[in-house]
Design a protein around this ligand. Structure first.
Ligand code: NI
Length: 157
C-alpha cells in the first residue's frame, strides 16, 4: 500500500468525467488499498479515484466507522433534503453548506465485481453523493450555498 498524492482544485483531472471500471483485478485492488490509506492519512471521510489522478469510477468512504468501497456506483433513488457543511481533501480549508438528499439508494459493485445495493442516510448519503460527484468532475464548491464566499476568498472555481 502507498499513500498517493491528492490533487487540488485547479488540476484539470478533477474536472473530467471518470470512466467505468471494467477489470476487477489486482490493479483495482491496489488502487483501492492506496485510496483507503490516503484517505486515513488525510483524515478524510471519502476519496474518489480522480482525486488521486485515476479517472475511473471507484470511491472509498468511511462513515460511522464503517468502511465501504464502491465501484461504478449509481444513485438509483433519492429522498428528502439535508443541509450540512462539507469539506474536501481537494479543496483545502474551505468548508461550505451543501444541500443533499437525506436518503439515497445506490447500486454498486464490490472489488471482486459482485453487484449490491445499499441504502444510506444523513452523512453516509452525503458522503456518497459528494464522492459520486467527483466521478463526474463536480466539486462541492460548485453547488455549495456558500459558493459566493468561496469565490470571494479564492477567486474563480
Ligand atoms: Ni471531495
Amino acid at each position: 500500500m502507498a499513500i498517493r498524492n491528492v490533487l487540488k482544485v485547479g488540476d484539470s483531472s478533477l474536472r473530467k468525467k471518470s470512466k467505468p471500471v471494467k477489470e476487477f483485478d489486482e490493479s483495482l485492488w491496489e488502487l483501492l488499498d492506496d485510496m483507503k490509506q490516503t484517505m486515513y492519512e488525510n483524515n478524510g471521510m471519502g476519496l474518489a479515484a480522480p482525486q488521486v489522478g485515476v479517472l475511473r469510477r471507484a470511491v472509498v468512504v468511511e462513515v460511522n466507522n464503517a468502511f465501504l468501497e464502491l465501484i461504478n456506483p449509481e444513485i438509483i433513488s433519492k429522498k428528502g433534503e439535508d443541509i450540512e457543511e462539507e469539506g474536501c481533501l481537494s479543496v483545502g480549508n474551505f468548508r461550505g453548506r451543501v444541500k443533499r438528499p437525506y436518503e439515497i439508494t445506490i447500486k454498486a459493485f464490490d472489488r471482486y465485481g459482485y453487484p449490491f445495493t445499499l441504502k444510506g442516510e444523513k452523512w453516509l448519503a452525503r458522503c456518497i453523493c459528494h464522492e459520486v460527484d467527483h466521478l463526474d468532475g463536480v466539486l462541492f464548491i460548485d453547488k455549495s450555498l456558500d459558493k459566493d464566499l468561496y469565490i470571494k476568498k479564492n477567486g474563480q472555481l
